[in-house]
Design a protein around this ligand. Sequence first.
Ligand code: NAD
Length: 291
Amino acid sequence: MILLDGNKVSAEVREEIRIQTEAHIRLGRRKPCLAAILLGNDGASETYVAHKVKDCEAVGFTSKLIRLPDSTSEQELMNLIQNLNQDAEVDGMIVQLPLPRHIREEHIIQTILPEKDVDGFHPWNIGLMARNLPAHLPATPAGILRLLKSYQIETAGKHAVVIGRSNIVGSPISILLARNAYPGNCTVTLCHSKTQDMEAYIREADILVVAAGKKHLIQAHMIKPGAVVIDVGIHRMESPESKSGYKLTGDVNPEGLSEVCAAFTPVPGGVGPMTRAMLLENTFNAYLKHV
Ligand code: NAD
């Protein structure tokens, strides 16, 4: 059984980016720069953005954290994005989701210049991705591909079952796994909340990607022996023995998993750190086109 260690692989990716960044700066170039926009005071969003800013510093990037009140209008946010689009010192930008209800997420995403859309959410990038052309790939699916590649997991001809069809995880990973590429060339089934008899598909999955956002939706006994399991879910679970009083767990119950699977991603330490590393990689790629 192989543990797909996202902490280890993401550390390698970050170190590679740090070395390359240092080399550019030594040549007298400016540092790569990520702008992060955060609206309101949602606790989880604050934590995610704080991680992203810290990750930038660790590899030698600069970052601009722009905090706005919940009451910011859609037009004000669009004006800010347009300014960042024009700013030659900004290579990439992210708008932390979810946004307050009065702002249309799709309008905001489409205001970001595709070259600076390092989250890979702009339809332009999604279109390029679907056509197997160079694009900023959404960070979580890109992180999953990097993990599969790093552990040389065979994907061609395999049946990949993806659970969840969100724009940021399920839908793009299903496209990526079906592409004529490595990792890819899978036969893909995309399951979602309206799928009937999902367990029948799960039983047939050589590669199972779970991004449903439902704690322990999948149990070891449902999984095909020898499958590769990628658990995207992140949930807090009470844990009196840990200092914080909680621990993280995924959409897959880890109990008995190692006896069934050929490989799986732990939670924490699997897909999460890979997502963070891929945002840095997208930002660095945007910088290279720009500097
Ligand atoms: P989402 O809520 O936007 O989408 C969930 C999808 O799962 C929907 O398409 C829905 O149809 C499907 N679904 C829900 N319940 C289902 C069920 N019982 N059976 C079948 N399908 C079901 O979620 P998301 O943004 O894709 O995130 C999914 C999970 O992954 C969340 O726990 C989130 O916190 C986590 N996440 C982790 C990372 C990471 O880096 N590890 C990144 C993004 C999201």
